[in-house]
Every structure is written in C-alpha cells, then in structure tokens.
Design a binder for this molecule. Structure first.
Ligand code: ZN
Length: 96
C-alpha cells in the first residue's frame, strides 16, 4: 500500500498516511487542536515512497546520538580533572 506524505497548511505538521490509491486524500490535520487542512505532498513520480520511513529512522538515530553524546560527556567530565595527559598539538603546516 502506498505511503503518502502530507503536510498541514496551518501548523506545518508533516505525517505519513498509508492509503489505497482509491482512497480519498486526507484533509484533516491529525493534531487535535489544529483545524488546518492538510495537503498531500507529491512524490517524485512513484507511488511507493520509502523515503518517508527514513524520516523516522533519522529522527530516532539523532535521538540516540544525543543520548550517546550526553553519556560520553558525563563520563569524560567526571573522569577529567585528575590527569589530562593530552599531547601538545603540533601545528599543521599551512599551504605547501
Ligand atoms: Zn495542523
């Protein structure tokens, strides 16, 4: 079943809807407090748009990235202070 991308004309909320091609286009925004109509975003000529699912994967990944970065920063900050043995940064030759 094809997945269609919709975008709300009022609040800008974007979402996907799996619909049959026979089904009428959605018109109501899924945000309950938003009365705005939604507009279907036309894909690149193909009815099957798997790009949409990637949106969620990217979103999930960025979330895990933030968690990883957060724990990394916490562990490094807690261990730092006792001894930071970092080699002196050697200046890179600029140009040739
Ligand atoms: Zn809306």
């Amino acid at each position: 079943m094809p997945t269609y991308d919709y975008e709300c004309q009022t609040c800008g909320h974007q979402f996907e809807a799996r619909q049959s091609m026979k089904d009428p286009h959605l018109t109501d925004c899924p945000v309950e407090s938003c009365p705005g109509p939604v507009k279907r975003k036309i894909g690149l000529g193909s009815g099957l748009i798997f790009k949409g699912s990637g949106f969620y994967i990217t979103d999930y990944r960025s979330d895990s990235y933030k968690a990883a970065a957060k724990s990394d920063a916490a562990s490094s900050s807690s261990s730092s202070g006792s001894s930071t043995t970092s080699p002196p940064a050697s200046p890179k030759p600029s140009g040739s």
